[in-house]
Unconditional design. Structure first.
Length: 281
Protein backbone atom coordinates (compact mmCIF):
# COMPACT_ATOMS: atom_id res chain seq x y z
CA UNK A 1 0.00 0.00 0.00
CA UNK A 2 1.30 3.45 -0.85
CA UNK A 3 1.66 5.96 1.95
CA UNK A 4 1.18 9.54 0.83
CA UNK A 5 2.37 12.74 2.43
CA UNK A 6 1.92 16.33 1.38
CA UNK A 7 5.19 18.30 1.37
CA UNK A 8 5.90 21.91 0.35
CA UNK A 9 7.56 22.30 -3.05
CA UNK A 10 7.97 25.86 -4.21
CA UNK A 11 4.82 27.84 -3.59
CA UNK A 12 2.49 24.88 -3.44
CA UNK A 13 2.04 21.53 -1.73
CA UNK A 14 2.88 18.37 -3.63
CA UNK A 15 1.82 14.84 -2.80
CA UNK A 16 4.61 12.26 -2.78
CA UNK A 17 4.32 8.53 -2.39
CA UNK A 18 6.51 7.23 0.39
CA UNK A 19 6.02 3.59 -0.43
CA UNK A 20 5.61 3.18 -4.17
CA UNK A 21 7.67 5.93 -5.75
CA UNK A 22 8.96 3.52 -8.39
CA UNK A 23 5.41 2.48 -9.35
CA UNK A 24 4.77 5.87 -10.97
CA UNK A 25 7.60 5.37 -13.47
CA UNK A 26 6.27 4.77 -17.01
CA UNK A 27 9.17 2.43 -17.80
CA UNK A 28 8.88 -0.85 -15.88
CA UNK A 29 12.52 -1.70 -16.64
CA UNK A 30 13.89 1.60 -15.30
CA UNK A 31 15.96 1.88 -12.14
CA UNK A 32 13.35 4.12 -10.54
CA UNK A 33 13.29 5.65 -7.08
CA UNK A 34 12.50 3.03 -4.48
CA UNK A 35 11.45 5.24 -1.59
CA UNK A 36 11.54 8.74 -0.11
CA UNK A 37 13.00 9.64 3.27
CA UNK A 38 11.82 12.75 5.07
CA UNK A 39 14.52 14.56 7.01
CA UNK A 40 13.72 16.93 9.85
CA UNK A 41 16.79 19.21 9.92
CA UNK A 42 16.22 20.55 13.44
CA UNK A 43 18.74 20.09 16.20
CA UNK A 44 22.03 20.53 14.39
CA UNK A 45 21.70 17.44 12.19
CA UNK A 46 24.96 16.46 10.47
CA UNK A 47 25.14 13.43 8.16
CA UNK A 48 27.78 11.58 6.17
CA UNK A 49 30.48 9.24 7.47
CA UNK A 50 33.28 10.91 5.53
CA UNK A 51 32.92 13.87 7.91
CA UNK A 52 30.59 12.97 10.77
CA UNK A 53 30.08 9.93 13.02
CA UNK A 54 26.53 9.31 11.80
CA UNK A 55 24.59 9.01 8.57
CA UNK A 56 21.21 7.94 7.26
CA UNK A 57 20.21 4.42 8.25
CA UNK A 58 19.88 2.93 4.79
CA UNK A 59 19.22 -0.70 4.01
CA UNK A 60 21.93 -2.69 2.22
CA UNK A 61 21.97 -1.71 -1.44
CA UNK A 62 20.32 1.68 -0.95
CA UNK A 63 22.02 4.81 -2.29
CA UNK A 64 21.24 8.53 -2.19
CA UNK A 65 22.58 10.35 -5.25
CA UNK A 66 23.79 13.91 -4.66
CA UNK A 67 25.39 16.39 -7.07
CA UNK A 68 27.48 19.45 -6.22
CA UNK A 69 28.64 22.66 -7.91
CA UNK A 70 25.99 23.22 -10.59
CA UNK A 71 23.93 24.17 -12.33
CA UNK A 72 25.66 24.48 -15.70
CA UNK A 73 23.22 24.23 -18.63
CA UNK A 74 25.52 22.27 -20.94
CA UNK A 75 26.05 19.63 -18.24
CA UNK A 76 23.18 19.75 -15.77
CA UNK A 77 20.64 19.62 -18.60
CA UNK A 78 21.87 16.28 -20.03
CA UNK A 79 22.25 14.94 -16.50
CA UNK A 80 18.61 15.73 -15.76
CA UNK A 81 17.62 13.84 -18.90
CA UNK A 82 19.63 10.78 -17.81
CA UNK A 83 17.92 10.83 -14.42
CA UNK A 84 14.49 11.33 -15.97
CA UNK A 85 15.01 8.46 -18.39
CA UNK A 86 15.55 6.14 -15.42
CA UNK A 87 12.90 7.78 -13.18
CA UNK A 88 15.55 8.60 -10.59
CA UNK A 89 15.31 11.48 -8.10
CA UNK A 90 18.46 13.13 -6.77
CA UNK A 91 19.60 16.03 -4.59
CA UNK A 92 21.49 18.97 -6.08
CA UNK A 93 23.63 21.21 -3.87
CA UNK A 94 23.60 24.46 -5.85
CA UNK A 95 26.22 27.18 -6.10
CA UNK A 96 24.36 30.48 -5.93
CA UNK A 97 26.27 32.33 -8.63
CA UNK A 98 25.56 29.47 -11.02
CA UNK A 99 21.90 29.35 -10.05
CA UNK A 100 21.30 33.05 -10.66
CA UNK A 101 21.07 32.77 -14.45
CA UNK A 102 19.55 29.28 -14.64
CA UNK A 103 16.01 29.73 -13.37
CA UNK A 104 14.45 27.74 -16.23
CA UNK A 105 16.86 24.84 -15.79
CA UNK A 106 16.32 24.72 -12.04
CA UNK A 107 12.56 24.86 -12.35
CA UNK A 108 12.82 21.96 -14.74
CA UNK A 109 14.78 20.08 -12.08
CA UNK A 110 12.15 20.98 -9.50
CA UNK A 111 9.36 19.83 -11.79
CA UNK A 112 11.20 16.52 -12.21
CA UNK A 113 10.98 16.04 -8.45
CA UNK A 114 14.59 16.62 -7.46
CA UNK A 115 15.61 18.24 -4.17
CA UNK A 116 17.44 21.56 -4.65
CA UNK A 117 19.74 22.30 -1.72
CA UNK A 118 22.63 24.69 -1.10
CA UNK A 119 26.42 24.87 -1.50
CA UNK A 120 27.37 28.56 -0.87
CA UNK A 121 27.31 31.56 -3.19
CA UNK A 122 30.68 31.22 -4.96
CA UNK A 123 32.23 27.95 -3.71
CA UNK A 124 35.41 29.72 -2.53
CA UNK A 125 38.57 27.76 -3.32
CA UNK A 126 39.99 28.38 0.15
CA UNK A 127 36.74 27.02 1.68
CA UNK A 128 34.83 28.73 4.46
CA UNK A 129 37.69 28.00 6.86
CA UNK A 130 39.74 30.58 4.96
CA UNK A 131 37.12 33.28 5.41
CA UNK A 132 36.12 35.48 8.30
CA UNK A 133 32.94 34.55 10.14
CA UNK A 134 31.14 37.44 8.43
CA UNK A 135 32.35 36.35 4.99
CA UNK A 136 31.43 32.72 5.66
CA UNK A 137 27.97 33.70 6.82
CA UNK A 138 27.45 35.76 3.66
CA UNK A 139 28.62 32.86 1.47
CA UNK A 140 26.09 30.54 3.07
CA UNK A 141 23.01 32.72 3.30
CA UNK A 142 23.54 34.82 0.18
CA UNK A 143 23.97 31.54 -1.67
CA UNK A 144 20.70 30.21 -0.27
CA UNK A 145 18.91 33.42 -1.23
CA UNK A 146 20.31 33.28 -4.78
CA UNK A 147 19.22 29.65 -5.14
CA UNK A 148 15.70 30.28 -3.87
CA UNK A 149 15.28 33.40 -6.00
CA UNK A 150 16.23 31.42 -9.12
CA UNK A 151 14.08 28.39 -8.28
CA UNK A 152 10.99 29.97 -6.71
CA UNK A 153 11.18 33.61 -7.79
CA UNK A 154 11.39 34.68 -4.17
CA UNK A 155 13.98 34.46 -1.41
CA UNK A 156 12.89 34.38 2.22
CA UNK A 157 14.89 34.48 5.44
CA UNK A 158 14.69 30.70 5.75
CA UNK A 159 15.57 28.53 2.72
CA UNK A 160 12.80 26.41 1.22
CA UNK A 161 15.05 23.35 1.44
CA UNK A 162 17.08 23.56 4.68
CA UNK A 163 19.91 21.30 3.47
CA UNK A 164 23.50 22.58 3.14
CA UNK A 165 26.86 21.11 2.13
CA UNK A 166 30.18 22.84 2.80
CA UNK A 167 32.62 23.27 -0.08
CA UNK A 168 35.36 20.73 0.49
CA UNK A 169 33.40 19.51 3.52
CA UNK A 170 35.38 22.17 5.43
CA UNK A 171 32.93 23.13 8.17
CA UNK A 172 33.56 25.46 11.09
CA UNK A 173 32.18 25.32 14.65
CA UNK A 174 30.76 28.83 14.33
CA UNK A 175 28.87 28.11 11.12
CA UNK A 176 27.74 24.69 12.37
CA UNK A 177 26.20 26.38 15.40
CA UNK A 178 24.55 29.03 13.25
CA UNK A 179 23.10 26.45 10.86
CA UNK A 180 21.80 24.41 13.79
CA UNK A 181 20.18 27.53 15.22
CA UNK A 182 18.51 28.17 11.86
CA UNK A 183 17.30 24.56 11.60
CA UNK A 184 19.45 23.68 8.58
CA UNK A 185 20.90 20.18 8.18
CA UNK A 186 24.52 19.69 7.11
CA UNK A 187 25.34 17.00 4.58
CA UNK A 188 28.64 15.30 4.08
CA UNK A 189 28.79 12.02 2.15
CA UNK A 190 29.44 8.34 2.77
CA UNK A 191 31.41 7.76 -0.43
CA UNK A 192 32.46 9.61 -3.54
CA UNK A 193 33.49 8.98 -7.12
CA UNK A 194 36.53 11.32 -7.00
CA UNK A 195 35.08 12.75 -10.22
CA UNK A 196 37.08 15.95 -9.71
CA UNK A 197 40.18 13.97 -10.75
CA UNK A 198 41.31 13.61 -14.36
CA UNK A 199 39.79 10.29 -15.40
CA UNK A 200 37.75 9.00 -18.29
CA UNK A 201 34.01 8.45 -17.77
CA UNK A 202 34.64 4.70 -17.71
CA UNK A 203 37.37 5.02 -15.09
CA UNK A 204 35.08 7.20 -12.98
CA UNK A 205 32.30 4.64 -13.28
CA UNK A 206 34.57 1.72 -12.43
CA UNK A 207 35.97 3.51 -9.37
CA UNK A 208 32.55 4.42 -8.02
CA UNK A 209 31.15 0.92 -8.53
CA UNK A 210 34.19 -0.54 -6.78
CA UNK A 211 33.68 1.75 -3.80
CA UNK A 212 29.96 1.00 -3.74
CA UNK A 213 30.68 -2.71 -3.66
CA UNK A 214 32.77 -2.17 -0.53
CA UNK A 215 30.43 0.29 1.21
CA UNK A 216 27.25 -1.51 0.18
CA UNK A 217 25.10 1.63 0.56
CA UNK A 218 25.28 5.30 1.36
CA UNK A 219 25.06 8.96 0.40
CA UNK A 220 27.06 9.35 -2.81
CA UNK A 221 28.87 12.55 -3.79
CA UNK A 222 29.03 13.42 -7.51
CA UNK A 223 29.41 16.68 -9.45
CA UNK A 224 27.13 17.96 -12.18
CA UNK A 225 29.79 20.42 -13.38
CA UNK A 226 32.04 17.58 -14.59
CA UNK A 227 31.68 16.29 -18.14
CA UNK A 228 33.01 12.86 -17.19
CA UNK A 229 30.26 12.50 -14.61
CA UNK A 230 27.50 13.49 -17.01
CA UNK A 231 28.83 11.15 -19.70
CA UNK A 232 28.97 8.15 -17.37
CA UNK A 233 25.59 8.76 -15.72
CA UNK A 234 23.44 6.63 -18.07
CA UNK A 235 25.89 3.75 -17.63
CA UNK A 236 25.97 4.27 -13.87
CA UNK A 237 22.20 4.13 -13.58
CA UNK A 238 22.03 0.99 -15.69
CA UNK A 239 24.82 -0.56 -13.62
CA UNK A 240 22.98 0.24 -10.39
CA UNK A 241 19.90 -1.49 -11.75
CA UNK A 242 21.89 -4.54 -12.90
CA UNK A 243 23.59 -4.83 -9.50
CA UNK A 244 20.26 -4.51 -7.63
CA UNK A 245 20.98 -1.17 -5.97
CA UNK A 246 17.98 0.99 -5.06
CA UNK A 247 17.84 4.77 -5.14
CA UNK A 248 16.45 6.60 -2.12
CA UNK A 249 15.36 10.22 -2.41
CA UNK A 250 15.66 12.70 0.47
CA UNK A 251 13.28 15.60 1.13
CA UNK A 252 12.79 18.01 4.04
CA UNK A 253 9.94 17.19 6.34
CA UNK A 254 8.78 16.80 9.91
CA UNK A 255 9.76 13.15 10.34
CA UNK A 256 12.84 12.20 12.32
CA UNK A 257 15.35 10.76 9.87
CA UNK A 258 16.50 7.21 10.64
CA UNK A 259 20.13 7.45 11.74
CA UNK A 260 23.02 5.03 11.87
CA UNK A 261 26.05 5.63 14.05
CA UNK A 262 29.61 5.12 12.88
CA UNK A 263 31.54 2.02 13.83
CA UNK A 264 33.89 2.14 16.82
CA UNK A 265 37.20 3.76 15.96
CA UNK A 266 35.63 6.07 13.39
CA UNK A 267 37.69 9.03 12.21
CA UNK A 268 36.83 11.89 9.88
CA UNK A 269 38.42 11.21 6.51
CA UNK A 270 37.76 14.74 5.33
CA UNK A 271 39.63 16.26 8.28
CA UNK A 272 42.70 14.23 7.36
CA UNK A 273 42.43 15.38 3.73
CA UNK A 274 41.97 19.04 4.70
CA UNK A 275 44.95 18.85 7.08
CA UNK A 276 47.12 17.32 4.35
CA UNK A 277 46.09 20.00 1.86
CA UNK A 278 46.80 22.81 4.33
CA UNK A 279 50.18 21.31 5.15
CA UNK A 280 51.12 21.39 1.49
CA UNK A 281 50.35 25.08 1.09
Amino acid sequence: MALWRMIPIGLCWVSLSLGTAAATCPRPDALGTSRIIEINPAGGLKLGLKSYPQTLALAPGEVVLTFDDGPLPALTGPLLKALRDECVKATFFLVGRNAKDQAALLRRALADGHTLAHHTLTHPAKTLRGLSAQEARAEIFDGMAADDLAVYGQATEHPRVPFFRYPGFADTPEMNALLAQRGIAIFGADLWASDWMEMSPQQTLDLLLKRLAVAGKGIVLLHDNRLRTVKMMPDLLRALKARHYRVVHIVPGSAQAPLEQASPGWRSETEAIIAKMNKGK
